[in-house]
Ligand binder design. Structure first.
Ligand SMILES: O=P(O)(O)OC[C@H]1O[C@H](OP(=O)(O)OP(=O)(O)O)[C@H](O)[C@@H]1O
Ligand SMILES: O=c1[nH]c(=O)c2nc[nH]c2[nH]1
Ligand SMILES: [Mg+2]
Length: 162
């Protein structure tokens, strides 16, 4: 792993992500939201799945970039939203250090902010999340992975011995 603070992976398949987002929706279904704001890019897929479950058709984006793969850089806001978030649901895939969450909360202070996954440092900044993940763990999302051939163990062993 390229960054010292991550020591293990938490790998999430498309199926698992879908199940987790649906479980999160169980806690949201009785609320009435005017619209959903996705924090791009990670929040886009959870936001689309939530919009389907809650039958919300008005979708907007807050466009923020802070990581280049595992390296956290300067936070860049590429696009904001022109209201305070009242009766809006704000969605991101995860909260880690909480830096992105702090920025979006400042932009939309009245929004209800949810993430699917939360690490301890960022957890206090979200109103709701589904799964807690240890701080030293990198969450590996399905859109960052591909299906690939894996060599049989005997062949791996043979090439190590050669
Ligand atoms: O709590 P933090 O330490 O701020 O990290 C969490 C943010 O980092 C990731 O976004 P990233 O900047 O990688 O952009 P992306 O959503 O386009 O992948 C993730 O989607 C969250 O938005
Ligand atoms: O795919 C990701 N997994 C993570 O654990 C993470 N933390 C910040 N940004 C992240 N992106
Ligand atoms: Mg993001």
């Amino acid at each position: 792993m390229s960054v010292d603070r991550y020591h293990q992976y938490f790998v999430i398949s498309w199926d698992q992500l879908h199940r987790d987002v649906r479980s999160l929706c169980q806690q949201l279904v009785e609320r009435d939201f005017e619209g959903i704001a996705a924090v791009t890019r990670g929040g886009l897929i959870p936001a689309a799945l939530i919009a389907r479950e809650l039958n919300v058709r008005l979708i907007d984006t807050v466009c923020i970039k802070s990581y280049e793969h595992m390296d956290q850089g300067g936070l860049q806001v590429l696009k904001g939203i022109d209201h305070d978030g009242a009766r809006w649901l704000l969605v991101d895939d995860l909260v880690d250090t909480g830096r992105t969450a702090r920025a979006v909360r400042d932009m939309l202070p009245r929004a209800h902010f949810v993430t699917v996954y939360a690490k301890p440092e960022g957890r206090p900044l979200v109103d709701q999340y589904l799964v807690e993940v240890p701080q030293d763990t990198w969450i590996q999302f399905p859109w960052d992975m591909g299906i690939t051939y894996v060599e049989p163990l005997v062949d791996q062993l043979r090439s190590q011995q050669e």
